[in-house]
Write a protein that binds this ligand. Structure first.
Ligand code: GNR
Ligand code: NI
Length: 165
């Protein structure tokens, strides 16, 4: 599970399943995901990126890497505004693109104790949580781009793989 799946791996297109119960093994999995994310390094990681098709997300947008956030079965229950941000993805290495998304979202999820919470977010956190929930639904940020651009990304990934990176 150390390996992060990269585009165009078809497993990234699978829809992840809700977590039925937040158990110790789910908590262990989230700690492992956090480690992988920090090491990558990234500001967010969704379980399907490490080939675990469950609705689990970890995020830490701080530079100090000391404020981890855990989301189980996250759902966007409200959104407003519009924003464009340059996004990257650990599953699409060495590529970034501008994506338009709602600028403010309210997320409902379960925490590490299985307790439901709601969080209003904006800025980078709002972008990140939307990006991660997309992963749970089998969607990547490059799916918002034109087919031509996506084809370009496909070629670039091919080259990276051939170069052994
Ligand atoms: O590390 C990441 N940075 C990032 C920057 C802008 C918008 C979204 C992200 S998420 C990304 C890590 C990742 O791929 N999560 O799925
Ligand atoms: Ni990503």
């Amino acid at each position: 599970m150390r390996e992060i799946l990269t585009f165009p791996d078809p497993r990234l297109k699978e829809k992840s399943k809700p977590v039925a119960e937040v158990t110790d093994s789910i908590r262990e999995l989230m700690d492992e995901m956090l480690e992988i994310m920090y090491e990558a390094p990234g500001i967010g990681l969704a379980a399907p990126q490490v080939n675990i098709h469950k609705r689990i997300v970890v995020i830490d947008i701080t530079e100090e890497k000391n404020s981890p956030m855990f989301f189980i079965n996250p759902e966007i229950i409200a959104s407003s505004g519009e924003e464009e941000m340059e996004e990257g993805c650990l599953s699409v290495p060495e590529y970034t693109a501008i994506v338009h998304r709602p600028s403010e979202v309210t997320v409902k999820a379960l925490d590490k104790d299985g307790k439901e919470f709601q969080l209003e977010c904006d800025g980078l956190l709002a972008v990140c949580i939307q990006h991660e929930i997309d992963h749970l639904n089998g969607k990547l940020f490059i799916d918002y781009l034109s087919p031509l651009k996506r084809q370009m990304v496909r070629k670039k990934m091919d080259k990276l793989k051939k170069a052994g990176r």
